[in-house]
Ligand binder design. Structure first.
Ligand code: SF4
Length: 345
């Protein structure tokens, strides 16, 4: 079931050490950026960070610590340095697995419509593989959830021995141990969102107009030369973004693909690829929806940013922003006041 999967050519810039140091220096300055930021006009975070949609991974970082995620957006580069090495090692394992089922073809894109066309082409190439009982990797998923457009990529889809459609998510670990429960719940949220996105796509819930409404994409945009060449090689005859979008939505709605029946999380040790454990996730739609709505209420500007609760304060000791975190300072002050009040009584 080998097929080609296209990828955009994205340039990754090396992290500038000096800029990171400068950012940290500024962060330590209590009279600097943080104070000026407080004075800025309150804006919906989605607009403030110029985001037209959210990645599932944004929502997972938010589940870990919302305040940390916001600092990462405000001061890009500070947290990245430590994460990059681990992420690169994890990405190599993912790529090796991806190459087992299909080739990766590089296609250069010129417009945002081209980039989305690549996602659609990948979906169109993977539908027949799933229809014929095969398995695929890196399946793009996207649609509107509670008023916000959400995008993700499913690691692997295939059929279990019982014939159920199974989602498998590979997590690489830097230590040879399974994650703590708080990390596991973030992983559970991630794969549950993938299921909600996928199920909606094959149930006809993906409507073409959301791409105009949320992403402001142009239906009449003629696709780039390389993208068109790829479309022709796939045996399709479309020339505009709108045509390809319609074709994708129709193909998904009439694919008769089942919804995801079973979700598995697979943990492996990054250093040597040893399998550390495989867990079956129970999909709890009510809980996932409740948590999603809570996360999205921040992005919609309906509530203030939150940091971790006192029971999860251990996360702060691993956080690059701990010495400047306003949430943490506020929580420590509150705890001190409580302590003094108790003593006075
Ligand atoms: Fe979140 Fe704690 Fe870091 Fe603040 S110090 S951003 S509360 S993890």
């Amino acid at each position: 079931n080998s097929h080609g999967l296209c990828t955009n050519e994205v340039g990754t810039s090396a992290l500038n050490q000096e800029e990171v140091k400068k950012s940290i220096g500024k962060l330590k300055d209590p009279g600097g950026i943080l104070q000026r930021k407080r004075k800025q006009v309150v804006q919906k975070p989605l607009d403030k960070f110029r985001m037209k949609y959210l990645w599932v991974t944004n929502l997972c970082s938010q589940t870990w610590c919302e305040q940390q995620m916001v600092y990462e957006f405000e001061f890009p580069g500070v947290e990245k340095q430590e994460k990059t090495e681990a992420m690169n090692a994890g990405a190599s394992i993912h790529l090796a697995r991806e190459l087992e089922v299909h080739d990766v073809v590089s296609v250069s894109t010129q417009t945002r419509e081209d980039s989305w066309a690549i996602k659609f082409l990948n979906v169109l190439a993977m539908i027949p593989v799933l229809q014929s009982g095969g398995h695929v990797r890196e399946f793009p998923v996207f649609r509107e959830l509670d008023g916000i457009f959400v995008v993700g990529v499913i690691d692997e889809l295939g059929y279990s021995s019982k014939g159920e459609l199974e989602l498998r998510e590979l997590k690489t670990r830097t230590t040879p141990s399974l994650p703590r429960s708080s990390q596991k719940s973030s992983h559970t949220f991630q794969v549950s969102l993938y299921k909600m996105l996928f199920d909606g796509m094959v149930n006809g819930k993906l409507q073409p107009d959301v791409f105009i409404q949320h992403l402001q994409l142009r239906l009449d945009q003629v696709l780039g030369v390389q993208v068109k060449e790829h479309i022709e090689r796939a045996g399709l005859t479309v020339s505009t973004f709108g045509d390809l979008l319609e074709l994708t939505c129709l193909n998904l709605a009439f694919s008769e693909l089942p919804v995801i029946d079973c979700i598995k999380l697979e943990y492996c040790y990054q250093a040597d690829g040893t399998l550390l454990g495989c867990e079956t996730v129970t999909f709890d739609e009510k809980n996932v929806m409740e948590h999603l709505k809570f996360c999205l209420s921040y992005w919609k500007g309906q509530r203030e940013v939150r940091g971790v609760d006192i029971e999860e304060a251990w996360k702060c000791s691993h956080c690059s922003f701990s010495n400047v975190c306003e949430w943490r300072t506020k929580k420590s002050e509150d705890a001190l006041v409580k302590c003094h009040t108790k003593k006075a009584k």
